[in-house]
Design a protein around this ligand. Sequence first.
Ligand SMILES: Cc1cc2nc3c(=O)[nH]c(=O)nc-3n(C[C@H](O)[C@H](O)[C@H](O)COP(=O)(O)OP(=O)(O)OC[C@H]3O[C@@H](n4cnc5c(N)ncnc54)[C@H](O)[C@@H]3O)c2cc1C
Length: 371
Amino acid sequence: MSEFKETAGKVLDQYLVPNIERDEGQGTFCFEAQKELGKLGLLAPLLPEPWGIDNVYYQTELAEEMGYRCCGFGTSSLASTALFGANIARHGTKEQKEKYLPGISSGEKIGCWALTEPQVGSDALSVKTTISKDGDGYIVKGSKTFITNAPISDYFLVMARFEGEGIDGGVAVILEKEMAGLSTGNPFEKMGNKSSPMSEIFIDNVKVSQDHILGELGKGFYDMKNSLDIERVVYSALSVGIMRFCLETSIKYSAERKQFGKPINSFQMIQDKIAKMASSYEVCTSYLYTIAEKMQKGENINREAAITKYFIGKEAFDVANEAIQLHGGYGYMKEYNVERALRDTKALEIGAGTSEIQKLIIAKQAIKNWL
Ligand SMILES: Cc1cc2nc3c(=O)[nH]c(=O)nc-3n(C[C@H](O)[C@H](O)[C@H](O)COP(=O)(O)OP(=O)(O)OC[C@H]3O[C@@H](n4cnc5c(N)ncnc54)[C@H](O)[C@@H]3O)c2cc1C
């Protein structure tokens, strides 16, 4: 384990863990942990210096530690740093980086990344939110839904398009909370990740100047693909963290719980579950960090990101399900948190592109490579 991972884990133990019950119960985000990680310079390793250390590997380790403790916190924390922040770092001007990244990397400000719309999910290139020229600036109009952090965001990175244009008409626009015409809906009631506030965004003729356009006009959809690859890998680390939690909890419980006069871990059917969980965890961890290393070297990992997200998402769901079964009735209760693991991990088969969409990417490239 790296020193970075160990330190981040200790900070999360101190500032996140005591608040999980509060935040999962009330649907609130743990600003205490976000700000403390920020204060210590640990919050956004993916960002370049001076806001981070330009390191995907450490970002992945941090996400694993978050997933191990509370996937809801990780989902929101990463949306601010690894989605909003990383997009600004990759495509922003010097002024944009200096304006937005200090607050994001310190945890004092929260950002979100808004692509999905009420009528546009998997078919991401069909976004209906429009941008049009208005004097020296632009007007943005539309709505977004299922946006992680929308209710708590200071900054919103919104995908829009010039009306009537296709893939070459995409524009990423930075909106700010105070802007006239921008509002968010009530936080959604969700199955899991309850400490990650999410809502709709309403963009009612919001006027922006040129310095709110991120990257080149018309290149928004191309930049978005890059962002999704990173999201797919880093968010999969939340799943690996959940698997580690489930495995550890199950091993401990099955050593203590006795039935028929013996610890249940002496039964071969329980050992079968432990073997499956341990194998899934080890294979997924190994693949995840291999791909994180490739990303760090700047290699194109579009296919691998899809494999990572699809495979790890599926395995994590199965591991959480096995963990509940191993705990019997106690697994169905809140006490051991394995039921939370199952509810939380389901989101990782949907967000950032569903498993079906990942399989389309994987199959297309496999056929191209091997036919
Ligand atoms: C916890 C969570 C957090 C999220 N956070 C964000 C966020 O911060 N920002 C953001 O922009 N979005 C966010 N989303 C939205 C997420 O990206 C979308 O839900 C996802 O892309 C799927 O879109 P959809 O819900 O509209 O489903 P749809 O696209 O309507 O899909 C419905 C079903 O049809 C399947 N399907 C669709 N097209 C095909 C096809 N061509 N072939 C086979 N099957 C297909 C899908 O796989 C799915 O099973 C989040 C979602 C969740 C659950």
